[in-house]
Each structure stands twice: as structure tokens, then as C-alpha cells.
Design a protein around this ligand. Structure first.
Ligand SMILES: [Zn+2]
Length: 323
């Protein structure tokens, strides 16, 4: 019986994943075609530009590192790598260390739990935008850095990623400080304070920062009125992220918060109290949000990522609550 149950679960997970891929309309495997070329970027240095239309969710790069370090210092042998030497080097720090700091990506942890930072032949060419059209993630299962289009990227557009975590919660000054080691002065649409988008963006990011703190502080509140407020805050956060545009990995995280809220609420009625109709309504909401989360997990990190696996497990938990 257990084996049969396991098979049903596997089939259900497979079905959810296929539905998410279908909604995205993207190929489940890494394409063999090259989607970008290296070019001289108008924002500085060399960048990557789309050589054809790239639909959202498309894997653009899946790459192994040239080398990695754990102490933030590039070694003499690594500095001689010709691919590394071909990467951008900041004029005010024309040393291997300066080149390393301008091109590194965070990877997973080493066996002793130390943060690894790597240099990549292709991905290290990616320039930054505070409103990116692509997302990079370290897939610790495949041990590759992946880059996915998070919106439809038109042919000839430059491919941009966020360099720092939590940029959606930072004002312009904080973002510029975070970009310090990359020797990069961002001039994206969110960094233009006198435009409509720039002003609206500054306000949205401030509101998101307030909401983020409040959601975090109220995570363990239990009174019904406090729980209701928590869901209102999570939904408001989700809306702001969508209005700001292009923050889909963070949107997946907020969906996860929302799903957790529904699961906690459903568990309140595990003893049979409360109306069945209310409980079923919560289950339906939870399933819908978890499916949206799965879709963004696939779009941002690929169908084979640890994030997709985790959300698939959550979907199974929700389905289990309905039985
Ligand atoms: Zn910017």
C-alpha cells in the first residue's frame, strides 16, 4: 500500500510540474542553441545581449565555474586563467583581486560551511540592473550556476541580473553602496529619481521594507485579528512586488509566506472545529498560491532546481490536508 501511495504522490507532483511548465510555455530541458552574444554594453564594459527573442522561464546559461575561493582572495594560479583575464577589470583597482571582486558570484557552501564565491566565463559578463530581466541561482544539486529569463526578453536587449540580495527592500543609496565592489554606478529606470517610474519605485521599495519588517515581527502572532492582518500585509507585499515589476524570485518567496499562512490557518481546524466550507476554501486558496509559487520557481531556477522540489513537497502537504 505504501508503495502505491508513493507512486500516486510522484504522479501528482509530476502533474503539477507539467502544468507549471505548460503555463510557462517554456522547454523543460536546457536548449542547445546559444541565446546571447558578448557585446560592448552601453552601461559599461562587456555584457550579454539576446540574439533572439527569449521567452520568460527560458534557461539562458547553465554553467560550471572557472574556479572558486572561500576567503574572498584570488590566488596566483587562478589569476593566470586566460578566461578570467579576459573579464572586466575596474580601472581604479587594476589587480587580479579587483577583477575577482567585480566578477564573482556567490555559490553554495563548502564542506566546512564556508561561503564559496566563483568566477564564470559567461555569467560573469552579466551586467546589473535594479529591475532585471533575468535571475541567477546556484543549483547545489547540479552544481551549476543557472540564469533564466524572468520576463520575455526581446532580441537585441541586454540581459541583466540583480547582483545583491534584497535589492527590492533598498533605497537607491543603499543599492549603490551594495554595488560598491563591482565598481558600477547603476543608471537603470529605478535609479533615475526624477522620472515617474523612479519616484514610484522609491515609494514602493520603502513600503515593501516596512511590510517586510512587520510580516517578520508578527510571524508568531496568534490572535485572529493579528492573523488576518498578517495575510493582508503578505498580499499587499505581493502586489507591490508585481507593480515594481521583475522581482519574481522574491514573489515566489512571498507566495511561500502566504502558503504557510494558509497551512497554519487550516491546522487551526484540524480538530474538526470550524466550518468545512471555510476549511475547503482555505485549501483551495493555498493550492492556487502554491501553484503560482511553483510556476515562478520553475521560471527563475529551472524545473530541476531544489526550489522546485521544495515547493512540490509543499503542494503534497496541502493535498494531504484535504484528505
Ligand atoms: Zn538601478
Amino acid at each position: 500500500m505504501a508503495a502505491a501511495h508513493g507512486n500516486t504522490e510522484a504522479q501528482s507532483t509530476y502533474k503539477e510540474l507539467q502544468s507549471a511548465l505548460h503555463r510557462l510555455g517554456c522547454p523543460p530541458n536546457y536548449p542547445n542553441v546559444t541565446l546571447f552574444s558578448v557585446f560592448t554594453s552601453p552601461v559599461g564594459g562587456r555584457g550579454l545581449k539576446a540574439v533572439k527573442d527569449i521567452p520568460r522561464g527560458t534557461p539562458i546559461i547553465c554553467e560550471k565555474e572557472l574556479f572558486w575561493v572561500v576567503n574572498g582572495t584570488v590566488g596566483a594560479i587562478q589569476a593566470r586563467d586566460p578566461h578570467f583575464q579576459a573579464l572586466f577589470c575596474p580601472p581604479n583597482n587594476p589587480t587580479p583581486q579587483g577583477r575577482f571582486e567585480a566578477n564573482r558570484f556567490q555559490m553554495g557552501k563548502d564542506t566546512e560551511g564556508r561561503q564559496k564565491e566563483g568566477i564564470f566565463e559567461k555569467a560573469s559578463r552579466l551586467n546589473h540592473s535594479c529591475v532585471p530581466n533575468a535571475y541567477f541561482a546556484w543549483n547545489y544539486k547540479s552544481r551549476r550556476l543557472t540564469v533564466h529569463a524572468i520576463v520575455d526578453v526581446p532580441k537585441d536587449a541586454e540581459i541583466f541580473v540583480n547582483y545583491c540580495a534584497d535589492e527590492h527592500l533598498m533605497d537607491r543609496q543603499q543599492r549603490q553602496q551594495g554595488l560598491g565592489s563591482y565598481q558600477f554606478n547603476c543608471t537603470c529606470q529605478a535609479c533615475q529619481p526624477n522620472t515617474n517610474f523612479g519616484m514610484a519605485s522609491a515609494q514602493r521599495r520603502q513600503e515593501m521594507q516596512t511590510l517586510d519588517t512587520r510580516i517578520d515581527n508578527n510571524a508568531n502572532n496568534t490572535l485572529p485579528v493579528e492573523r488576518s492582518q498578517q495575510l493582508i500585509d503578505i498580499k499587499a507585499f505581493s502586489l507591490l512586488l508585481q507593480q515594481e515589476g521583475l522581482f519574481y524570485p522574491q514573489l515566489a518567496d512571498v507566495y511561500q509566506l502566504e502558503v504557510s499562512w494558509y497551512i497554519r490557518e487550516i491546522e487551526q481546524f484540524a480538530d474538526g472545529t470550524g466550518s468545512t466550507r471555510y476549511r475547503m476554501g482555505l485549501l483551495e486558496e493555498a493550492l492556487e498560491v502554491a501553484r503560482k509559487q511553483l510556476e515562478w520557481d520553475v521560471a527563475c531556477t529551472g524545473h530541476d532546481s531544489p526550489e522546485v522540489k521544495k515547493t512540490s513537497r509543499t503542494l503534497k502537504v496541502i493535498c494531504g490536508l484535504g484528505q
